[in-house]
Design a protein around this ligand. Sequence first.
Ligand code: SF4
Length: 416
Amino acid sequence: MEKDYYVCTGCGLLCDDIEVELEKNAVNKVYTACRVGVAHMKEGSRDSAFLVDGKPADEAAAIKEAALILKNAKNPLVFGLGTSTNEAQKLAIELAKKLSATLDDTSSFCLGPVVEALLQEKFKTCTLDDIRHKADVAIFWGADPSDSHPRHLSKFSYFPRGQEKQRGWEEERTAICVDIRKSHTAKICGNYFFQVPQGGDAEFIEALIAGLSGKIPKTSYNYPPKKLLELANILKGAKFGTIFVGLGLLYSLEDLGPLVRLLETLNEKAKGSFHLVPMVGHYNMRGFNENLFAETGYVNSVKFEEGAVKHGPEYSVVEALKAKAVDAALIIGSDPLSSLPRSIAKNLLEIPIITVDPCETLTSRKAKVAIRSGVSGVESGGSATRMDGVEVSFKPIVETNRPSDEEVLKKLMEAL
Ligand code: SF4
């Protein structure tokens, strides 16, 4: 009998080889997934909940109240969506247009700039499947996938046998880690761990470019030139290399200039080609970026107004809240009251909040209207975009009486 495989929406890897055992419409056992995925896939199967002013309400009343809040707002904020399907994200973009809203997701303070640069073709990129089949060098830079994406190394980037990598990691792959601390991934990389001081990545990159160009690599923090030259030589010999960019690297750089120059130098000096893949955390942050980019040419931080679209840091969630520029918030699958600095997040408490989220969060507890949606990938299906840009479709595993994000957004659109 043919087996049923499911997709895990626990992180941006969207592993599509998951087997489950069900018991009374609940996920009882999960096979193949990592510990994060197992916990995520057992998350569903709770009762439907619609709350208005913290009290249980029926669906129609909750949607009516939410629509009223949005209608009365002059500049509502639509925020979140990194854990919503592509279908829900496209509806949210339509809704934001209809409301002349400010629209943003967590990528504006996360890996958005890297995804934007990829979509603008400033970097060469590739798929995780290309990496599994062909890559001989992988650099984890400011990223620790052993903790954040636990199957990254085993499924794609280091341990698997690939079509052109039959002799495996022992002979044919080199994993390199550049980080400020000896992470779990750094330990796997062994001697190929290059520890940089906090904020020292840009200088390390420039020194590496010097090393790749036949010069003596120097840094103000006296990184051993011999070690940098050793790294430069490994990279020069690569036939198919990838840099996995994590937040640790992005937060350390003022802009992407050093990274662009490094990729250009690598593609000039190395035997083969070098690619860049962002270590996207939320399972569909990249989907949000791509969907908004297709619609507006921007990946986040936009404001719709009379058929036009404005873009800039002032339309990011952080700046919009800081400036108190928004007067209502529809927050889908995110918890800004927990994740943003208190000095900024507290401004949310001055405006009416609507949340659509499978979980009870600090933000949902403070919401005027809180809608508990189904967990996508567990209780609702759809499609999402993996960290490397590949679209993955998935079906629900269990039935629920909770609406999906997509259904909630459809109803909100109708009610407006
Ligand atoms: S690595 Fe990510 S997508 Fe894969 S099973 Fe773990 S949490 Fe799920």
